[in-house]
Design a protein around this ligand. Sequence first.
Ligand SMILES: CC(C)(COP(=O)(O)OP(=O)(O)OC[C@H]1O[C@@H](n2cnc3c(N)ncnc32)[C@H](O)[C@@H]1OP(=O)(O)O)[C@@H](O)C(=O)NCCC(=O)NCCS
Length: 174
Amino acid sequence: MTVLETPRLLLRPFAIDDIPAYARIRSDPDVVRYLPGGAEAAADAEAIAAARIPDFIQHWRDHGFGLWAVIERDSNRLIGHCGLLRLPDFDAVEVLYMLDRPAWGRGYATEAARASMEYGFRTVGLDRIIALVLPENRASARVIQKLGMTPIGNRQFKNLDVAVYERLAPPKET
Ligand SMILES: CC(C)(COP(=O)(O)OP(=O)(O)OC[C@H]1O[C@@H](n2cnc3c(N)ncnc32)[C@H](O)[C@@H]1OP(=O)(O)O)[C@@H](O)C(=O)NCCC(=O)NCCS
């Protein structure tokens, strides 16, 4: 599992020890409002964190890429997740990000997602990465725009009407 460094962030693999800190982030209804399960899922944050972190670790083993724990380098604090997941329903790889509320508004999601996508294209060799967003999630839609992704339509996903975006790999250097 790979560690990525950006100017302000460290993207490192999740560990089982991260469950309590990750659960605390997911216990904020504003953080999970636009994720599958919605704001109500905040009440189940501990169970969700305990189930998902082992899944994230397994995804890395299965595919050689996955979600990273996002660490703010200045504070050494876990502030969320970002990375790439296989999305079998779409036969594609999705870029995802979720940050603790105090970390919003500083460009961190864009910084982390850019590094994740670059890893996906350059190291994993993906030829396409998609993103899904609920249209009312304006901050995430703006991040997707800043990542240079192109809208390709709307689709039903987990009973939600999501906007789908894609970015194709840059031409290979010769
Ligand atoms: C979406 C999220 C990751 C954004 O994180 P962030 O670090 O604040 O994002 P960035 O600072 O990189 O960029 C956010 C952009 O959205 C803009 N923005 C924020 N709130 C907005 C709103 N309500 N309407 C329009 N634009 C908004 C910001 O101004 C910024 O754009 P700018 O750089 O042009 O000023 C964060 O809000 C989050 O974790 N939300 C909860 C989880 C989530 O929804 N994840 C995405 C699921 S698709």
